[in-house]
Each structure stands twice: as C-alpha cells, then as structure tokens.
Design a protein around this ligand. Structure first.
Ligand SMILES: C[S@@+](CC[C@H](N)C(=O)[O-])C[C@H]1O[C@@H](n2cnc3c(N)ncnc32)[C@H](O)[C@@H]1O
Length: 283
C-alpha cells in the first residue's frame, strides 16, 4: 500500500472520533512515529509503497486511538519546555500549565540569583525537577514520588536529558519530614476531587494514573496541607512553596495557606485561570 492510501485510510477510520483540526495535527506525527519520516519526507514519499511492518504498526495505532488512548502513551513521547520526555501509563502526561509553573520558578530563581536547593514533590515523569535542573545549572534538585514506577520513568528521562537530579521514593502523606532543607518546594500534586471524575474526558480517566489525579471529596487539599506543614521545618530562610492548583480552588487554598501562617501569591495561566500559588512563611 502507498503512503497516500494509508493516510486516507487512517483518516477515514478516525474521522468520526476526532475533529478535523485535531486529526490534521495528529496525522503527520503519527506517520513520523511509525516511519521516522518528518513532514517534508512524508510529502516526498507520498506515492511510495510502505513496508508491511509499518502497515501493521499503523493499524495497531489506529485501534489504540479509537480506544481513546492518549497519543503520548502510544508514542511514549511528550514535550515539556522544549524537551522530549518518555512517558507511559505510570505517569501523568506533562501539561502546558505546568510549564508555566516552572517558568515562574525560573523567574524567581533569577531574581534570587544564588544556587538553590529544590524539592519537587509528586515528580511523576520528572518533568518539573528535570526542567529546573536544566534551567538552573547550579541548583541541587530532588524529585520525590510515592510510585516506584513513576520514579523509574523520571530516572530514565533524567539520564536521556543529562539532568542531575536525585530521586527519593517517599509517601508524602505518611511523612514526618522531608529528606533535606530546601529553598524551593514545588508540587503539582493530585488535586481533582473524585466527584469530578464522571465529567472528565474518558481519555484522561481511563489511561492516566488515578494516583496522580484524584483526591477525596472530603479532603481535597490534603497534599497542600501536608506540604505546607512539612515546609515549616524543611524550608530554608526565605524559602518558597510553588504549587500548581485546580483553577476552582484558588480562594479556599489561599485562605488555608494564610491560616497556616503563609503569605501566598496567586498567578493565572495563559488562559486567565487561577493556576499557580507561591507561598512563603510570614515573618
Ligand atoms: C499530578 S501528578 C504530577 C506529575 C508531574 N510532577 C507533572 O507535573 O506532570 C502527581 C504525582 O504525585 C504522585 N503522588 C501521589 N500520591 C503521592 C504521595 N502520597 N506521596 C508522594 N507522591 C505522590 C503521583 O504518583 C504523581 O506522580
């Protein structure tokens, strides 16, 4: 079968499940994933016969896409701040709003202008910890996660991207302390109350790890509370907490941090949604 035919064939199979814009951006990436041909090469090879093994890979990929599997889990690749990360179903797919959190920390680090000790709690793919270590060459960064499978992914990413990060397996909800003292503790913890699950896209709830997403309806701030509590001992003088938050939880979370003796600042993401908090202990 020629590439042009297979391309049409894939389109026909996916058109009822994906909208045209999504499909048109997905298709060249899918073809590149299977053939290794970039977009220019795909045009050059359009009328070429493709290998039977590629036909098989295309068909397997289509089946997975029809089952709503996120494209990043099919290819095993996700982009974060210009770098390619390996991902599998043990880790959350890094999101663009998390890139903005890292950019905020980078901005802050440039103002402080000294080597920083940083902990990333709930590191998942390691994207926050690794990006910070690459951006701040003098920083000492530690990534913490309860999941050993996630930590394996994070370690693999650090090795591929030549990032110098230490990894610690620790259940933050069962911890009386953190491994060291830090200038920055960053976390994008699980923060979606379970009751929201039924309204979420099947693509997320079926494939992304529940342990990375959900918290109980009764105690949705459990991770923030715990980290803020641990931060009282583990933050160096002028130390900062940086959190990614649920856009709907900003006011309640700001109040909670205030009650816990933190001065907190809120930031919006590129869509104008309340998405990030920076907090430091009141003087
Ligand atoms: C929302 S994901 C964030 C992943 C990554 N930092 C990112 O921003 O893409 C939350 C992470 O917290 C981890 N996690 C969940 N419960 C935890 C716990 N009790 N202690 C430590 N990490 C936990 C999950 O394994 C998951 O990797």
């Amino acid at each position: 079968m020629r590439l042009a035919e297979i391309k049409q064939n894939i389109k026909n199979q996916l058109i009822s499940s994906y909208d045209t814009v999504e499909l048109n951006s997905l298709l060249p990436l899918f073809i590149e994933h299977v053939t290794g041909w970039n977009q220019v090469q795909q045009v050059i090879h359009l009328q070429d016969e493709i290998k039977p093994s590629w036909e098989k890979s295309f068909q397997e990929g289509v089946v997975q896409l029809l089952q709503n599997k996120p494209f990043q889990y099919i290819t095993g690749k996700a982009w974060f701040l210009g770098n390619e990360y390996f991902v599998n179903e043990s880790v959350l797919i890094p999101r663009p709003e998390t890139e903005e959190l890292v950019e905020w920390i980078h901005e802050y680090a440039q103002i402080v202008n000294k080597p920083l000790q940083i902990a990333d709690i709930g590191t998942g793919s390691g994207c926050i910890a690794i990006a910070l270590s690459l951006l701040l060459s003098e920083a000492k960064v530690t990534g913490i996660d309860v999941s050993d499978k996630a930590l394996k992914v994070a370690q693999k990413n650090a090795s591929t991207l030549h990032a110098n990060v230490s990894w610690v397996q620790q259940d933050i909800l069962m911890s009386a302390s953190l491994p060291e003292k830090y200038d920055i503790i960053v976390s994008n913890p699980p923060y979606i109350p379970l009751r929201e699950k039924e309204n979420m896209e099947n693509q997320v709830t079926q494939y992304e790890p529940a342990i990375a997403l959900f918290v109980s309806n009764e105690d949705p701030f459990i991770f923030y509370k715990m980290i803020a509590r641990l931060g009282k001992q583990a933050l160096n003088k002028n130390g900062q907490l940086f959190f990614e938050i649920h856009y709907d939880q900003a006011t309640a979370l700001m109040n909670l941090l205030d009650e816990m003796n933190y001065h907190a600042e809120l930031r919006q993401d590129m869509f104008g949604k309340d998405r990030m908090i920076r907090a430091s202990l009141k003087k």
